[in-house]
Every structure is written in structure tokens, then in C-alpha cells.
Design a protein around this ligand. Sequence first.
Ligand code: ASP
Length: 306
Amino acid sequence: MEYIKHAMIATWKMSLDGMHQAYEDLFVKDDRKAALLTAITDVENNPDYHYVGYGGFPNACGIVETDASYMDGNTMQFGAVAGLRDIASPIAVAMELSGKTKDCFLCGEGAKQYAVEHGFESKEMLSNYACQQYKQHRKSIMEHDTVCMIAKDSVGLSCGVSTSGLPFKHPGRVGDSPVIGSGFYCDSLVGSAAATGNGEDVMRGCLSFSVVSFIKAGMDVQKACETALFEHLDRLKTAGYKAGDISLIAMDRYGRCGVATDMKQFPFVMMDDKHPDASVYVCRNENGTMHIQKADEQWLSSWQGD
Ligand code: ASP
């Protein structure tokens, strides 16, 4: 079987610039954690993305609250923050927390206190644009996205996730992104998965752990994503509940990637040894069958979303 030494996959087109910047970390320095930090921080710092980091839409009280997580698939250590306020890079704090065996998942005031005490940059995360939108349109904005990335170097897999969660959420609301097994999971002996979509729906199915469990049971990574997603949606349907707009990315221990979505189309970014120039791909869902293609110029110029 083909063994891919370096590979990286990320949700949404917004990950493209950061993935380009992470080239050296991954392919030259062979450092998956540094690659994830570089790429995710780029999205967090960009005010044009309204669902991650600085410029993210605030909660119902007008305050940006971020969730982030990091998991190392070799040590199985993870770190996460939830409802974090006024800290520039939530993923950097989650990474630092992943070095701890306890107290590694912090929320609210305690998370902020930890970040400040450990020298992480303080920042007002509400941009003027997000503030304006909050004042004018907060009842009509329904979209939400999260940056999720998985990286493989020569010794293992890791994943990282960062989001400002659902726009105008209840203060203190926590989605799937910092919740292990739901928004992310990583085991270098098996594979890794991460989710974007309505966090409450993702958590109901512990979807990232579910994907990794299917891989462990012998399923191909693409099939594992599709099975985890559509079995979960069917289960919710049986319960009389319609979930939707969930997308999953995954990578197995050999560096092979899988993607599934119940949206019409879901863009994601990939690079690996054979294709080191990070590119946008589109996963199109045609009645539950996934069609994955590299995005062409026409698609790239017409895409309005993240
Ligand atoms: N999963 C995120 C949340 O519920 C939102 C998203 O990924 O679209 O906070």
C-alpha cells in the first residue's frame, strides 16, 4: 500500500492561504503541530472570516466567544478551550493545554485566566464589521463554519479546530469543536477526523470518534466518513428530528483522506507529498453519493462562502 509521509486536509476554502504558509513546517521541518498552528492561526487572524477568531460574529450579548481544540494522535493528549474571550489565538492556547494530563480542557473565565497567565496575546476579537452586522442583521444570519485541520508528518497525526461558534449564540453556549470525540479525534495508530456543522447535531452522534471507530473496524477512510454521517442523520430522522449541514474530514494512518457532507457542496483544502501545492477541492453530494473534484477557476471565482 502507498504510504504518504506528509499530508494535510482542512475544512472550507478559507484554509487555503494558511495551508500554503504551512508548507515549510510540514514538508521541510516535518512538524505537523507547527503546520497546524501556522495554518489555523492564519484563519483566526483574518477579519474576513466571520466564524473563526478575530472578526468572528459575537454571541447574543455582542461578545466574541471562541472554542478551539488540539489533539496529538501519538500521545493521545488533547487540549481545548471553550467560551474563551479576548485572546488572539485560541488554537495556540489549546495546543499549550494539550501538554497537560489534567486541567487540559478549560472554559470561560478560567480559560482566559490561563491564557493571560501564560503570556498569550490579549485582543478585542470583535471587528467593526462583525459589530455592525450584530447590530443590524443578527436575526437573519444563519450560517456558521469552523476551521478543522488534520496533519500527518513522518511520525504521526494531529488535528486542530478553531471557531467562534454559532453567530449570536447564547452566552456560554459551547459547540462540538472543543469536545473530544465530537468535533475532533485523533489516534495515529488508526486515523483522525473532525467536523463542521451545527455543533449540537454533531455532538449527538460523537461524529469524529465514530469515523475513527469505523476506520479501526477496517473501513476505508472515505466510506467511514459517509457511514458515520449518514447513519447518524438517519438515526436523528428516526427520532423525528431533521439535522443538516454537517461535513466531516478525515485521514487514516497512511495519510489517505476522506470527506463527507450532507450539504450540496462542501469545499476543503488538501496537500500531500505528491501534491505539495495546497489546493481547494469540492465534495458534491448527489443523493448521498460523494463526488470529489479539484475546484476549477470558475468555481473558485463564483464561491461566495468561506
Ligand atoms: N461546529 C460549530 C459549532 O457548532 C459551527 C460550525 O462548524 O459550523 O459551534
